[in-house]
Ligand binder design. Sequence first.
Ligand code: DON
Length: 557
Amino acid sequence: MTIFKILTITIILCLSPIVNAGMPKAAIASAHPLATYAGFEILEQGGNAFDAAVAVSAALAVVEPSGSGLGGGGFWLLHRASDGFETMLDGREKAPLLANRDMYLDAKGNILKGLSRNGVLAAGIPGLPATIVHLSEKYGQLPLSQVLQPAIRYAKQGFVIGAKHRKLLKYRLAVLQKNTAAANIFLVDNNIPKQGAVLKQTDLASALEKIAQLGRAGFYAGSVAEKMLKSVQQAGGIWTQKDLSQYQVIERKPIKGEYKGVKITSAALPSSGGIVLLEALNILEGYPLNQLDEISRKHIIAEAMRRAYHDRALYLGDSDFIDVPVKRLLDKNYAAGLRSGMHLDKATLSAYLSGNTPEKKGGRNTTHFSIIDKDGNKVAATLSVNFPFGSGFMAKGTGVLLNDEMDDFVSKVGEMNGYGLVGGIANGIEPGKRMLSSMTPTFIEDANRIAVLGTPGGSRIISMVLLAVLDFAAGRGPESWVGLPRFHHQYIPDRIQYEKGGMTHDEIAGLTKLGHKLNEAGYRYGNMQAVQFNKNTQQLTAVADPRGEGSALVKGY
Ligand code: DON
């Protein structure tokens, strides 16, 4: 995109409240301005929120390759206004058919460090291409080839990389330098490009064009698939054509629940997001949170997080492979039982929770966008390649950067993954299984408002969404939920982690006195993208997390 074009778009957007006064409006919040513009471009051509979601997903694959991409996957939560139908598109990656439980262990059973995070063996079979095709064909109004145009244009013409892109390149530099194909695209002289550099991705544009022409066959068969398999197999990877041919998008019933009059709709397995979120809310429902002093309030929320994440570690995994007691975990009586072991004056040690997964020893990238269109269709989508720039492995000649989502499986019981999460055999590796996720695309609704939200952030995604739901329930708006100082407990490690500067001295002292261990993250985390519709005023609001470089717009069309 030329500077002229960017300026033109900016001017049009600035004028839009005047120019479009009285027109029906839509709201889009995403992690990159060009992705948000892509969504509006498609709405203006007569697309609905689902077409816009395809455009935004594909655009993010181009302009935010650190967070998601054709080589990754995700979850798209949909609400269709005409009949109220809701579904979750499960586009999660799958373990290759040649994967096995011990593939990241040496002969002595010790973890082979890095193997599930860096390079070709870390990659699950991508789900994003199949899902955007499915989303377009089943729910969209415009042809897929039209909806993919903005992304194809960004890939061909290039775009100016931002500060976040450069920071994340630095974080993954060593891994990217090892893969010539990735280094050729993302690095200059094998190093981080200068501020203001333009990133063009012609191979990626061709892969997108193939999908535009042929649908899923453009990626899972034909020349793109052949090149991917050749590159993967030459590097010692285990993907086969059967993996690609067998990949299926699955429509799942979203997880639903209610917290003090607020209706919540969220991600189903193989994401743990909805279950952990609802279980924590069910526990918290028994407390007058808004009447507690701030230390007690944070203590009780952390205790609820501890218990919900504990159950995540014990029970959750791909329900197509294992039995998960979802009904029990979401039962209000089960929450009441958990509450009976909680005390206002004392933290529980994680080690004292029954059936604990032992702690041995001790991230960040993904993306979220939220859309409400003029008809009230809604999309909440959280997409990922796992670590920034995924596995750092690009399949030669395709522009497709592969994910390292295999690290979301439990490589070894009791050992932490890249987000410090532990788990058991429920989330062990099996051929064709989907790895447990924390991604939590969510709708919330009360008598007056409807909201669509989500965020990246690995294991901390669920606690971020939880804090946002509690803030919504307390009557505050999206600026507040998105900007809130965040804190998190995930059972193991047994400590409350809080954002840099996110707690007062008194809170730290008070929580320590109750028996909590605390740890300040050296940075602020998350990149929440939220939109809200106020049923009384008919007003739409869109807010992008101040921590990121996203763009949230409300615009008539
Ligand atoms: O699915 C998951 O839970 C992770 N792969 C998400 C990773 C993530 O959010 C990284 N973000 N900052």
